[in-house]
Write a protein that binds this ligand. Structure first.
Ligand code: MN
Length: 436
């Protein structure tokens, strides 16, 4: 097992001259990247610190990033070129930004207030142009829970599960940034008592709490990514809400897997927490039995200690002035298949990986009550609805429900960092052409 790869940018004593609240997700130890715009600025790269954003284009145009790379990389309206540049450059940039932002560091940025703006001024966009999107199924608790629901009499895990990080290709075109309203999808669903399916609004709209990673440097067709080098191909992570219409999914999923029950929308958080910011929180994953095949064998600690929670607020709650209520709390640390294993697997047949491809973990669930990352698990397929503050019950999402996912990394001896949040509110279906 290798030691954590730490440097002065992880020093918990380091503070910034930019104001950062003690509980902020974005202290100087984090420095996540995103794409923002304001009334005066077209979309560009920003770095979050506290409730402020550093305008990377302004810094680059003033020549302050010239030692690191050509200005074009920092003046882009998406992160793909930066993602392609690789870990040595990301580290040099992280080091440079830390130096410009830390108390006692270089004064340059202090003398250019035009390079800073507040969160309240900014509109956030997708961080990257996402070519391909894969969603895995890497929590053994989630796979077991769903297996029990769908195949109550058999082994809940299918025979391949402990050998292959199971995944499917999702739809990158419908990945949207946090805050985008989610229209309830219509689709085919079939109840056992009916002979034919109906085309109608989904009645079992669900969420999936996930963490996704963006690919860094890509591969050529035919190349693989050895698992020992997989982390060099990972730029950073975001929160993912993989909205799921369970009734559409249940009818369509055999034999080729999820399709329209998933492809209508996927929401991601706007700030990409880099692999270097996550390094202090790297922990060993669970023991894997049987041992995976050699190309999937972990060579060091490659999970992350990230705690996550899901919050729900309904129309009725908001009208009564009630705050969003937590409905689940869980951890990423015990995920069975790691990001490195997922990426090594995705490239193992020689399929091209491109910078900005997004790989989501699959629903993150634990084995304690209230630690499941989807409503279908939390309510046991709708049988035990959740009770919300104000007295409403929820089996699946109703129109007007707003779901917020949050995530935070904590470890003794380090400054905690977070992912911000990912939010989405459900809009009513467009009923045109529907039969029910
Ligand atoms: Mn999913």
């Amino acid at each position: 097992m290798s030691a954590l790869d730490l440097d002065e940018t992880h020093d918990p004593q380091r503070t910034s001259w930019v104001e950062v609240a003690p509980e902020s997700d974005f202290p100087i130890q984090n420095l996540p990247f995103g794409i923002f715009s304001t009334e005066r600025r077209d979309p560009r790269i920003g770095v979050a610190i506290g409730d402020s954003i550093i305008d990377l284009r302004a810094l680059a145009e003033a020549g302050h990033l010239d030692p690191i790379a050509d200005r074009a990389m920092f003046c882009a309206d998406r992160l793909n070129a930066l993602m392609a540049a690789g870990r040595p450059l990301w580290r040099a940039l992280r080091g440079r930004l830390g130096e410009l932002l830390r108390v006692g560091g270089e004064r340059t940025l202090r003398d250019m207030p035009q390079a800073l703006c507040g969160f309240e001024e900014a509109r956030m966009h997708l961080p990257a142009s996402i070519g391909d999107y894969i969603d895995f199924y890497s929590s053994i608790e989630h796979a077991t829970n769903l297996g029990r629901l769908f195949r109550p009499t058999g082994d809940p895990l299918l025979p391949n599960w402990r050998w292959i990080p199971i995944g499917y290709h999702g739809r990158s075109a419908t990945i949207v940034p946090s805050g985008t309203p989610i229209r309830r999808p219509c689709g085919q669903r079939k109840s056992p008592d009916l002979e034919a399916p109906v085309f109608a609004p989904s009645r079992r709209l669900d969420i999936e709490l996930e963490i996704g990673f963006f690919a860094g440097p890509g591969t050529e067709l035919g190349d693989r990514i050895p698992i020992e080098r997989a982390r060099e191909h990972i730029f950073g992570s975001v929160l993912v809400n993989d909205w799921s219409a369970r009734d559409i999914q249940a009818w369509e999923y055999q034999p080729l897997g999820p399709f329209l029950g998933k492809s209508f929308a996927t929401t991601i958080s706007p700030w990409v927490v880099t692999i270097d910011a996550l390094e202090p929180f790297r922990v060993a994953g669970p023991a894997q039995v049987p041992a995976p095949l050699r190309y999937l064998q972990r060579h060091d600690a490659d999970n992350y200690a990230i705690s996550l929670s899901i919050w729900l607020s309904s129309d009725a709650m908001r009208k009564r002035g009630l705050d969003a209520s937590p409905i689940a709390r869980t951890s990423f640390a015990t995920m069975y298949w790691s990001q490195a294993q997922q990426l090594a697997h995705a490239a193992s047949n020689g399929a091209t990986i491109r910078p900005g491809d997004l790989f989501a973990s699959g629903t993150i669930s634990g084995d304690l009550p209230g630690s499941q990352g989807s409503l279908i698990e939390l309510t046991e397929n709708g049988v035990r609805p959740l009770r919300l503050p104000g007295g409403e019950e929820r089996a699946f999402l109703e129109d007007g429900d707003e779901v917020t996912l949050v995530a935070r990394c904590q470890r003794e001896g380090f400054r905690s960092i977070g992912f911000g949040k990912v939010v989405g509110r459900v809009l009513p279906a467009t009923n045109e052409g529907c039969e029910a």
